[in-house]
Design a protein around this ligand. Structure first.
Ligand code: AHR
Length: 660
């Protein structure tokens, strides 16, 4: 359980507090000017960055339990094993329709010469997480040659070898057809596997062998893991950026993310190797592919479900510059630009438009109201600017209302950043996407970063950030309280500058405990469990306490940007008539604080605190709420709210206010 810090402060007189150490402490007096609006906070302010990294989609959010369901991995039988019980005789062959224009080229042909005991098993993604009494939907595409008597016996087998669910499928006819059957599991097991046995002698062709839990998000068949989406919904995110990240760029142009290949019937979506498959030698993930069961339609639908504005990012005609850095010649960029224009039509166009029709056919005739589009992820240099200009011209000509998110490269400073920052400002870019994977100290030191930004220039999207406890993408990085606290301090600076910073998102989002490539990550999962890290608690606390306008909160005569380890920002929620104060005490000392509320009458309120006396404290599967919000009542008296800020704490105070 959370270890509470015992406050040392015993006496407070005339603005001077005495601590248990005997040292006199100057009281911190914050002045909050409620009638001086400094900026409007955009509804998009705090959002989510999603990328299919760390088994984020397949093996994670996308609830499919069968790995390599359509035999399209480079090794067609990866994840599968031929099963032959004693005495059983059978054989298999993988067919490849390479000459066809189909997306899903391969299928498997099985033949059994025995009445029983021959078949296949699938290991799932690090096993299959199965829940007692939950329903499971099995489906398969099959055709049975004339004369064959083969039927299918489907079994879920627990890690100790017991059958924990089964069903029978009886394919008929020699035409490809989808067969589906549902059954309940009799036990919970994080590491089950699936067997598909042939009953009777003869041959059968199979493809798209699939198993989904019934308890998906909104109970959608073939849908998303409900516990993972719930964690996102709980954040009340202002936007969802998808599908990345470097995955947008691909290791080379051929392996870039192409949204058009991710829509329509799932069996027609073209599988692609995941670029994180071989990215880190120390975290190789050879079985990491993208089935695109979670495709662009599903991303838009997810945005709608959780109330987040959609922010798709598209390839700009460049592959990842950390990998091949391949570029598409400028005179061949048209199909890439068309992808952008068509995406806007897919999201927003009428049902009688070419791409709007496809959206409607997938079950969503109403538009998704997409207002922003990213061109390029972490691309940099003149090659990026040249391509970006082509995209910008075409998008603005056809859809002037769409705001374009532009890359400022990989780092928040240095030559790459300076060049892009200059060029993008000269282009009068809408929104600049800045990324910072830095040490916790950088975040503390940069709470003022945006104070000096041009208020009339492009808006800023803090598109990817996370404090790195060891080094950028080091496998030893931890989602510890030190990092989360530093991010919170920095985020007060983002909020104070909401006239410039319009969106922010931590990255990456998800990581599977047994299949990750990159750490730290906001949410960790295994096959059955999920938890929000300390960083998640910070993100959520800021997001659910967003406010609508920024008002000044001064510590002495200036904003709290680290004086004595204090950081802060204040906002008003015009919908609820509440004043929201966010104060981070990044120091190891308890600090007394008076908040003088000017311009409004304050009454009762609450103080929600995240804190830990240990900077190395983390949340975990065993202790998912080691760092979690705790709330207590507070009261404004004679315009003043007095409280003590615990060491290493993030505090959000909400007070009902009325005009004076
Ligand atoms: O968040 C992980 C990676 O970090 C993203 O894919 C990329 O944009 C950044 O370098």
């Amino acid at each position: 359980m959370k270890k509470r810090y015992i406050r040392l402060c015993v006496l407070c007189l005339c603005g001077v507090a005495f601590t248990g150490t005997g040292k006199a402490q100057e009281k911190n007096v914050f002045t909050v000017r409620t009638n001086e609006v400094k900026a409007t906070i955009q509804p998009t302010m705090w959002g989510i960055f999603f990328e299919d990294i760390n088994l984020g989609a397949d093996g994670g959010l996308y609830a499919e339990l069968v790995k390599n369901r359509s035999f399209e991995f480079d090794n067609a039988l990866m994840g599968w094993k031929e099963q032959r019980k004693e005495g059983a005789v059978g054989s298999l062959v993988i067919n490849n329709l390479t000459a066809s224009d189909k997306a899903n080229l391969r299928y498997i042909s099985l033949e059994s010469k025995a009445e029983a005991g021959y078949g296949l098993s699938n290991e799932g993604f690090r096993g299959m997480g199965i829940k007692k009494d939950n329903g499971y939907d099995f489906s398969v595409w099959a055709r049975r040659p004339a004369g064959s008597k083969v039927t299918l016996k489907v079994e879920l087998v627990g890690s100790q070898g017991a059958v924990i669910g089964d069903a029978t499928v009886v394919p008929v006819g020699n035409e490809w057809k989808k067969y589906a059957v549902s059954f309940k599991a009799s036990a919970t097991d994080p590491k089950a596997h699936l067997n598909v046995w042939l009953s009777g002698t003869g041959a059968i062709d199979l493809d798209m062998i699939s198993l989904f839990p019934k308890d998906t998000w909104k109970q959608r068949p073939g849908g998303l893991r409900a516990d993972m989406v719930q964690l996102l919904a709980d954040m009340k995110p202002g936007f969802l950026r998808f599908p990345g990240g470097c995955i947008v760029e691909g290791r080379n142009i051929d392996e870039r993310f192409q949204w058009k290949k991710t829509i329509g019937k799932v069996e027609d979506r073209d599988l692609l190797i995941n670029r994180w498959n071989v990215e880190f030698k120390h975290r190789l993930t050879p079985d990491y592919y993208q089935s695109f069961g979670l495709g662009f339609f599903e991303y838009f639908q997810l945005c709608e479900d959780i109330g987040a504005a959609p922010l798709p990012i598209l390839n700009c005609g460049m592959a990842c510059q950390f990998n091949t850095g391949e570029v598409v010649p400028l005179d061949q960029l048209d199909p890439f630009v068309d992808d952008a224009l068509d995406l806007i039509e897919f999201a927003n166009g009428p049902v009688n438009s070419e791409w709007g029709k496809k959206r409607a056919e997938m079950g969503h005739p109403a538009p998704f109201n997409m207002k922003m589009l990213g061109v390029g992820n972490e691309n940099w240099g003149p090659l990026y600017i040249e391509r970006l200009k082509v995209f910008t011209k075409a998008i603005k000509a056809k859809y002037p209302g769409i705001e374009i998110v532009n890359s400022s490269g990989t780092d928040p400073n240095g030559d790459r950043f300076d060049y892009l920052n200059r060029e993008l400002r000269a282009m009068n870019a809408d929104i600049i996407d800045e990324h910072y994977y830095r040490a916790p100290k950088w975040f503390l030191d940069n709470a003022k970063r945006y104070d000096s930004y041009n208020r009339k220039g492009p808006k800023i999207f803090a598109g990817e950030y996370a404090a790195q406890s060891v080094n950028i993408a080091s496998p030893d990085n931890k989602n510890n309280w030190q990092c989360a606290l530093a991010e919170a301090a920095f985020m007060t600076g983002l909020e104070r500058n909401a006239d410039v910073v319009v969106m922010a998102s931590y990255a990456p989002l998800f990581a599977h405990a047994e299949g990750w490539q990159w750490t730290p990550d906001l949410i960790w999962v295994d096959n059955l469990r999920s938890y929000g890290t300390a960083n998640y608690q910070v993100q959520k606390l800021f997001s659910v306490n967003k406010g609508s306008v920024v008002v000044p909160m001064l510590l002495g005569n200036e904003a709290a940007t680290g004086q004595k380890g204090l950081y802060g920002s204040a906002s008003l929620d015009k919908n609820t008539n509440e004043l929201i104060l966010k104060v981070v005490n990044a120091s190891g000392e308890a600090q007394d604080a008076d908040f003088i509320i000017e311009g409004a009458k304050g009454g009762r309120g609450t103080l929600t605190e995240l804190s830990s006396s240990r900077l190395d404290q983390v949340n975990s599967f065993e202790e998912p709420l080691a760092i979690a919000p705790e709330q207590k009542p507070v009261q404004v008296r004679n315009n003043k709210l007095s409280t003590s800020l615990n060491p290493y704490s993030v505090n959000v105070i909400r007070i009902k206010v009325s005009a004076r």
